[in-house]
Design a protein around this ligand. Structure first.
Ligand SMILES: [Zn+2]
Length: 148
């Protein structure tokens, strides 16, 4: 099935989503390892460079807002404007996570050398992304003139 990569060496099924964050990191070059024969798997360079562009330019955040605005339009007008804005962004987040999940299921994985050093996205990076998201939300809230 899509959630598993069949090990090319021993035929074992490797769960692609061993960690939940793999739905985002697998396409960024996160390495999977077969539990039985310890073969490493990784996506190819093309997928990796596309996702690095996607991540580094912040297009993901822009998509998040665009999808959020679309959801805001789709939501009934009877809902309070502020609540609607937050709910729409939440829907947008779930929607994009779902797309990322599908991408993680379909991207190709190939045998690779053991990683030089374990590629671990640092905690600081995620904190920075979180702060950036908050700043952008604050900016948009201000821009749309929403009052809390
Ligand atoms: Zn194996």
């Amino acid at each position: 099935m899509f959630l598993y990569k069949k090990c090319e060496v021993c035929g074992e099924k490797i769960n692609k989503l061993q960690k939940l964050r793999n739905i985002y990191t697998l396409k960024m070059g996160e390495v999977l390892q077969c539990k039985y024969c310890f073969t490493y798997y990784k996506t190819n360079k093309i997928v990796e460079s596309f996702s690095s562009i996607y991540i580094n330019t912040g297009i993901g955040i822009i998509f998040w807002f665009i999808a959020g605005i679309c959801f805001a339009i789709l939501l009934p007008t009877t809902i309070n404007q502020n609540v609607k804005f937050i709910v729409a962004l939440l829907f947008s987040f779930i929607f994009l996570s779902f797309i990322n999940f599908i991408i993680a299921c379909v991207i190709p994985l190939h045998k690779t050398q053991p990683p030089q050093k374990i590629h671990k996205q640092s905690f600081i990076y995620w904190v920075a992304m979180g702060i950036l998201a908050i700043i952008l939300i604050a900016f948009f809230v201000g821009f749309l003139g929403i009052k809390f």
